[in-house]
Design a protein around this ligand. Structure first.
Ligand code: GLA
Length: 367
């Protein structure tokens, strides 16, 4: 294939989180893996003096004078991810060069598989155009773009997974130290994501609310800097003083951190039944204590657990729609896909998309 002069293609993957949900912004542990669904950006220099971005999925093009990026304001539009990243790059002292970005993504928007982080990371790489800021700073820059410009007070998991993903493995991220370790799952199991195809509006405001409720619970432990340091026993002792909702949120976060560690041990010992049990406990906690699940996600989890070869099932990502993640015996994957799709279709009249997730390497330049 002939490559036009100066054209570079950058890729950044989405992710599926195996366990450790809503723990990242509490300095806890998460276990995502980057997946084959990804955002690709073809970037070419432009003599127009402008930054131009075209999205294949949105069928939309936008452009801005490259010199005016610092003064742009959020538009509540897909372009906020591009502009937010561009502003953070300028803030680091790197001028954004005039260029045209052709964006194409296979990460479905609103699926809980981090289409936003994939877009942010691919955009950052394209705009940096080979100027290296280090992998951790790249992930942090993209997180800042989402927090400061898009207005979503997210943790570091999604951008980190997109940058540091490993082929054939998940990564256990310590969201305080921002170190990670590579975690290989036992042989013979597949990671399957099932998309509810719904994204409830409530999700946007509920995320910020959850962050605030965790802070409210933490305020009862003045000697602690995050819920990660509060033990379950301490929480129980303080429980009479803590209002019901922050108490339930803190319980989820503290026990979810334990579940990540227990999942790691179970995975090392190839103890599939413990892995499955922890998946289900995580889901029930997100459903009842953290209250970020929804009818469609609960249905998919409940049904999955009755299908042969399913080791565990839970919602993944922020919640209020998007995907479940399922651990399925490799031999049963075809039957699982067929059965879960048929049951969801007959209950909600919607055909769910099903993705077989192959852990993939982190973002970079495509050869
Ligand atoms: C979203 C956020 C992440 C994380 C998850 C929930 O994906 O972007 O930072 O908080 O929700 O685990």
């Amino acid at each position: 294939m002939a490559v036009a002069q100066g054209v570079k293609t950058w890729r950044a993957p989405g992710r599926v989180n195996l366990i450790g949900e809503h723990t990242d912004y509490n300095q806890g542990f998460v276990l995502p893996c980057a997946i084959g669904l990804e955002c690709r950006i073809e970037a070419r220099p432009s003599s127009s003096g402008r930054l131009e971005a075209h999205s294949r999925e949105m069928r939309d093009t936008a452009e801005w004078p490259a010199g005016q990026i610092p003064s742009l304001t959020p538009q509540r539009h897909w372009t906020d991810y591009v502009v937010g990243v561009a502003k953070e790059i300028v803030a680091l002292g790197f001028p954004v060069r005039p260029m045209r970005l052709d964006i194409a993504s296979t990460v479905p928007a609103g699926s809980g598989l981090s289409s936003s982080a994939a877009l942010e990371v691919a955009t950052a790489l394209a705009l940096l155009d080979g100027r290296s800021i280090g992998k951790l700073e790249l992930a942090r820059l993209c997180q800042r773009a989402e927090r400061n410009f898009v207005g979503m007070p997210c943790g570091i998991m999604d951008q980190y997974a997109s940058v540091f993903g490993e082929s054939h493995a998940a990564i256990l991220i310590d969201c305080r130290s921002t170190d990670h370790q590579v975690v290989r799952l036992p042989d013979g199991i597949e990671i399957v994501a099932v998309n509810t195809m719904v994204k409830h509006e409530l999700g946007k405001s509920a995320y910020g609310q959850r962050v605030a409720e965790c802070q409210a619970a933490l305020a009862h432990f003045p000697a602690r800097t995050s819920l990660r340091d509060v033990t379950f026993e301490e929480l129980e002792r303080a429980a009479p003083e803590i209002p019901e909702t922050p108490l339930a949120r803190a319980k989820h976060v503290i026990l979810e951190n334990h579940r990540v560690q227990a999942f790691l041990r179970a995975s090392e010992n190839a103890d599939l039944s413990a892995m499955g049990r922890l998946f289900v406990e995580s889901h029930r906690s997100l459903q009842h204590d953290y209250e970020v699940s929804c009818e469609e996600l609960d249905f998919l989890v409940d049904q999955a657990l009755t299908i042969d070869g399913v080791i565990g099932a839970r919602m993944t990502g922020g919640g209020f729609g998007g995907c479940t993640v399922n651990l399925v015996d490799s031999k049963s994957v075809d039957e699982f896909q067929r059965a879960i799709a048929e049951r969801y279709q007959s209950r909600f009249g919607i055909q769910p998309a099903v993705y077989l997730c192959q852990p993939s390497s982190g973002a970079g330049l495509l050869d």
